[in-house]
Design a protein around this ligand. Structure first.
Ligand code: GRG
Length: 309
């Protein structure tokens, strides 16, 4: 996965993975909550299949470590990180459907619609998305209702029509467009489709930490830059990565005529843009005034562009 020189980051990511898996298991238990009538076993199985024991948990890591910069640590932050991972997993489930990318492999195993069936995959995605907002709005996530409301609104705007879903729409339209998109349109599409949830991870960490406006702005810049670098690195991996290591099909972007910087500008220019984003992300992070150690987040920036899956 990551290069060995990133050891503190690798350890912190493993800690996040363990904490978030535990929280997801607990949240996806069979017993219904007050107000729920029942949790159908097949739906729970499908939700668990797609959200447990896999995935890098990079977004939860960003949320938890951003909050930790300011000494904020709580079981509520882990719940919020699990909620974000649920939204991410829903997006992957729906993205893999025949009506979208029509993929057979995700995180090294059969996609949900292949392992179960299409209707179950749609419902599992719907249920993960809905449940994420339940988790954020619950008092166990934060005692202050205003904080919970902010998390809910921020996630809705990052994941919805003006964020991830809107970006996915643009992505699908671009596949069949007569002319290739221009660079700034691709950048906006990617900021919406991929960047918005990554930005939310950092933004939510800042909310839990109760950051002042200046630090929140620096962290927002950090979130945007690391999100943009993440997507370009993903496109570079799709072009030259190894299918077995990635746990998903490679070469899909060219096959599906995806609008990417790699297809528009080529490998070298895309790598240059990615390197610039890495520098700018680190600068934004360095300008945050906080008591905590920034090492693992700085290393996370390097991980984004050196990862092999
Ligand atoms: C269907 C509403 C809807 C949105 C789909 C997430 C997404 C939008 C599409 C996925 C296509 C894709 C591969 C985008 C590139 C960036 C990305 C989200 C990669 C997957 O995230 P990772 O690498 O995955 O963090 P893991 O499996 O490690 O969690």
């Amino acid at each position: 996965m990551a290069d060995n020189t990133l050891q503190p980051f690798v350890t912190a990511l493993a800690d996040t993975t363990q904490a978030v898996e535990k929280s997801l298991k607990e949240l996806l238990r069979p017993a219904p909550l007050a107000g729920e009538m029942d949790r159908p076993q097949r739906l729970l199985d499908a939700m668990r299949y797609s959200s447990l024991n896999a995935g890098k948990r990079f977004r939860p890591f960003l949320m938890i470590e951003t909050a930790r910069l300011f000494g904020a640590e709580s079981s509520g932050i882990v719940r919020a990180a699990a909620a974000l991972e649920m939204v991410h997993c829903y997006s992957l489930i729906h993205d893999d459907l025949p009506a979208m990318d029509n993929d057979d492999l995700r995180r090294g195993k059969l996609t949900l619609h292949k392992a179960f069936d299409e209707a179950t995959a749609i419902l599992a995605g719907d249920a993960l998305l809905t449940y994420a907002f339940d988790v954020l709005a619950d008092e166990a996530t934060h005692e202050d209702a205003a904080v919970r409301a902010k998390l809910v609104v921020d996630l809705a705007r990052s994941a919805g029509m003006g964020g991830m879903v809107g970006g996915q729409m643009r992505d699908l339209i671009a596949e069949i467009a007569e002319f290739p998109l221009e660079q700034q349109d691709i950048e906006q599409l990617q900021a919406m489709k991929t960047g918005a949830l990554i930005h939310f991870a950092v933004q939510a960490g800042a909310v839990f930490a109760g950051c002042d406006a200046r630090n929140a702005q620096s962290l927002s810049d950090f979130g945007h830059k690391i999100g943009a670098a993440f997507q370009i690195a993903d496109d570079l991996l799709d072009h030259s990565g190894d299918e077995a290591t990635m746990g998903k099909k490679a070469g899909k972007d060219a096959e599906r005529n995806k609008a990417t910087l790699v297809s528009l500008l080529g490998l070298e220019e895309s790598r240059n843009i990615c390197e610039t984003l890495v520098r700018e992300a680190k600068q934004a992070l360095m300008s945050v005034a906080c008591p905590g150690d920034k090492t693992v987040l700085l290393q996370a920036v390097d991980f984004v562009v050196t990862r092999s899956s």
